[in-house]
Design a binder for this molecule. Sequence first.
Ligand SMILES: *Cc1c(COP(=O)(O)O)cnc(C)c1O
Length: 421
Amino acid sequence: MTHAELFERACRVIPGGVNSPVRAFNGVGGTPLYVTSGKAQKITTCDARELVDFCCSWGAMILGHAHPEVTEAICAQAGRGTTFGINTAIEVDLAERLCALVPGLERVRLVNSGTEAVMTAIRIARGVTGRKGIIKFDGCYHGHSDSMLVSAGSGLLTGGTLSSLGVSHRVASDTYVAPYNDINAVKEIIGQKGHEIAAIIVEPVAANMGLVCPDPTFLSKLRHEADRCGALLIFDEVIDGFRFHASTYAKLAGVQPDLFTLGKVIGGGLPLAAVGGYSVFMDQLAPMGGIYQAGTLSGNPLAVAAGLKTLEVLERDDPYGRMEELGNRLAKTVNEAAVEKGKPVRIANFKGVFTLFCSEQTMRNLTDVRTSDVAEYARIFHAVLDAGYYLPPSQFEVGFISAAHTQADIDGLSSAILAAM
Ligand SMILES: *Cc1c(COP(=O)(O)O)cnc(C)c1O
């Protein structure tokens, strides 16, 4: 079957033909792809084309597709049962591993998605502070729970505007939205509403508006502001956690949040995420405390087996230095050529997480990112796809270099981008 045939069938039974909106290719146009298999850094599509994959299931496949050891762990666990709704030893192993690797992670609860982890972190913050206000940053994505589907409104202090129908205005009005990297905006909100703020939530390296890195003091200032008003600081590390080294970005930055959310990498390609932090907050969760949270498949042994094995391989093989070098090589090659040819194309890159922006702007927030020429991104995306390289199908997403990518893959991608330019 062709992509078009499958998509036509899908549209008759799945809204928009997809189970997650960005897969519909609305950001780049054309027919969405259907994949039949993946191996290491490559995917094979339904029309038997092989593509080098720089999306890697949004970063989850840090070791590449169907890594032999991860596959073996999943198969072995499948043979022993996939979920019991009863405790298993390996969920204790994974929780111990995560707590050992992440400073400040004294307790951790396993859930099934990043959305669920963030929803729970917000509930904990509200539960322990008795407040309802949340400060988030425009362009950061925290999953699709109601209080997070809010973007910048007309004023900082009025609460955000809904970014989805079906979300209550009451919920949205409790979420204040500041520009990323703008500590003065945070101070202004806290100056007026500080006594109402339960939490400040941030992606410490923002990776859901394309790649935007924090200014050197942004995160430590957020820590200070949260302390000043008695709010919890939540680092949403669903992408960042275990992406840059075998721990959190918080550890790299030397800034300690109260709560973390983790996901993507720690699930080894299966649905698994986590919320955790200081015991004084986490122990307020049921059954010990009055903040309710539960899940039929939470911490199921299949996902836990994949996550545990992935962490084990990451610690043993330590592929991070190589991934960083490959990212630097890609950015250097493309950016030097773009400057030389006078093309407004720049690759933003941090340790192998990258975005090809069709703009020369330094990206510090969503307003900067919006200067990028999305039509030009779509054109380059398709030219590069024709050459056999799969970039994220939107200007506002990041690409991922996995442990399985080679220098030849990077040089091939650079050449394809330069040819498209
Ligand atoms: C992907 C992501 C989420 C949502 O995770 P899901 O598993 O898709 O629900 C939340 N926060 C961040 C930072 C993410 O990148």
